[in-house]
Design a protein around this ligand. Structure first.
Ligand code: IMP
Length: 185
């Protein structure tokens, strides 16, 4: 299937393409600026995005992806505000908020939205639990990757290979559900 990836984030494009390719799906990036509503859940952001893009007659099938990082000791902050926090206080600012806090439990969540040719909408959710570390490590990946270690590993997402990250990441898990769903169509 030819699938349009509606995102301006090249890190996401790399990961989504890498996951889709072995299943025979071709992915093309569409850089359409979709407004992100301020909602309390990633699911609501994705629902709005799918409807907004469908109204703009974006070529189906297309995928959108909304993700966030949820830090337990900060009452799940930044969550749906992850992009704003990254763009403003950055990773150093987040680490500063965590100073003196021993509970580093953190999870990433990703919601992938798929719009099919028949106008049906589908959502796939993936989560990855782990810990926030004390300083940045690694050069790969994007966003919060240098400060997050997934459960069962001693390397940050930035230090893992794309294959390793996709195997356990929130996006990899959501995409596994999407690929299984497409195989059943
Ligand atoms: P959005 O899904 O593009 O709204 O992403 C929200 C924020 O989370 C942005 O700052 C992204 O860089 C970051 N982000 C999304 N996915 C990942 C990931 O897989 N690793 C690290 N940061 C991510």
């Amino acid at each position: 299937m030819n699938i349009n990836l509606v995102t301006s984030n090249s890190g996401k494009v790399e990961e989504l393409t890498y996951i889709l390719k072995p299943f025979g799906h071709n992915a093309s990036q569409l850089k359409v600026e979709c407004p992100e509503i301020q909602a309390s859940t990633l699911e609501a952001v994705v629902d709005f995005g799918l409807d907004w893009l469908a109204a703009k007659k974006i070529q189906t099938p297309f995928i959108i992806d909304d993700a966030g990082i949820f830090i337990e000791a900060l009452q799940n902050f930044p969550g749906v505000y992850s992009r704003y926090v990254y763009d403003t206080i950055g990773l150093q600012g987040v680490l500063k908020q965590m100073e003196g806090l021993e509970d580093r439990s953190t999870s990433f969540k990703c919601v992938i939205g798929l719009m099919l040719e028949d106008g049906t909408k589908h959502k796939f959710v993936g989560e990855c639990k782990g810990d926030l570390i004390y300083e940045k490590r690694g050069t790969g990946g994007f966003g919060y990757d240098p400060i997050f270690i997934p459960e069962g590993y001693d390397k940050t997402f930035s230090e893992l290979s794309p294959k390793e990250k996709n195997a356990v990441s929130h996006r990899g898990r959501a995409m596994k559900k999407l690929v299984d769903f497409l195989a059943e169509l």
